[in-house]
Design a protein around this ligand. Sequence first.
Ligand SMILES: [Zn+2]
Length: 471
Amino acid sequence: MLRRLLDSPWTYFVLAGALFVVLLLTQFEVRLPPRPSGTPDEIQALKQRDDVNVVWILIDTLRADRLHSYGYERQTSPVLDYLARTGVRFDRVVSQSSWTKASMASLLTATWPQRNGILRWSHSLPAEAKLPAEILQEAGFYTAGIWRNGWVAPNFGFAQGFNTYVRPQPNATPERFQKRTPSASPLIGTDEDLTMAAGEFLRAYGHKRFFLYLHYMDVHQYAYDEASAKFGTSYSDVYDNSIHWVDRNIGALLRQLQDQDLARKTVIVVSSDHGEGFREHGLEGHAKTLYREVSEVPFILALPFELEKGIVVPEIVANVDVWPTVLDLLGLPALENTDGRSLVPLIEAAANGSQADFDRPAFAQIDRSWGRPSADPDPLIMITRGDIRAFQPTMEGKQGEVEYYDHSTDPWEAKNLAVAGPDGRKSLPPEVDQAIRDYLAMPAVAWGGPQEVELNEMELNQLRALGYVIQ
Ligand SMILES: [Zn+2]
């Protein structure tokens, strides 16, 4: 039924009209739907409820510091700011890689890249891996994923546990749309298609208990409509415009949750897979390094009720913690053998104004030759502990320079403090070096790591359409 609706052009014609009206209403002022008031004490009680849905909004390529609620001076994100202001905002969140598939594999399995091994373009999650949607489905949720990024397509193993897992039917990009470089970003359609498909899902399945995963792509594509073009025309301005556009889409989604009386029984989780570089370290884009601009992402939890004063969790956490936290919050079975932890105790500590005991380094990893099948692996490891961040390339015989930064004096990693020894080679302090050795020695996941997939030329072209060089 849903598939038929999603495939029918009439569905989209009718919905496009409805959504256009909704977006028109939100064009000049964001009036957000209220949820009932609640207190931090009610967070524990969520475990006992059996009516709470989950909407997981994954905004691809969204770096945290471009959201007003994370300190950005521009008002790029009034809707997400509202969710943060009345919910829980994790202030420092490290993504586990800087390209979609590796990062999403870690996020969903709650394991570090070194343990799950999903590092190269041909790797997929095997059926043995247990994903959050499987747990939610087993717990009786109707599960749906709507996505526009080919790296989370079913052939890479990401559909496990979903009753419905679809790309939205793409409409022709409306004339009011702009993209930074239209010819270089031929991904068809816009995130409006995704919001409309989500709306249709809610109309069809909102009466059931549901889990809805929405993977937004227009920030990745620098796409936005005229009404979102608030911040100028430079490369970086256009990125901000696209954030504002996706934020307005989320506003339309919230309004529908309210209209269907679902806002008071839905947890909304907002996260991202990686950030984006603007030449801070010489490179534009992502998928090449692990510096803070490409590896620090938002994580916002909106509860089924509004807190008078939002909770801010200050500790440095990681994307591997997202699903352990959501499952714990709802009293559902945990993912097993994870590196991620439930952050519910940190939420409670922050709400009480006390300090949580959370001393765990956060790791990230990228194989810098992930898109070249014939090239040798070229891994780079990042560790973050408190204010210390270090980078270590680990390829034998090709070892690049290690890097060591102190965020307390150098938050954007401009001055490498690693000291050169008598042989001219830089090294890390022994305790940091040891922590990276321990990380590399961690046992592989029990489900056996990646499978290799063969992609045909069409599938490869769909990935190239995202702007990646895949040979
Ligand atoms: Zn991505």
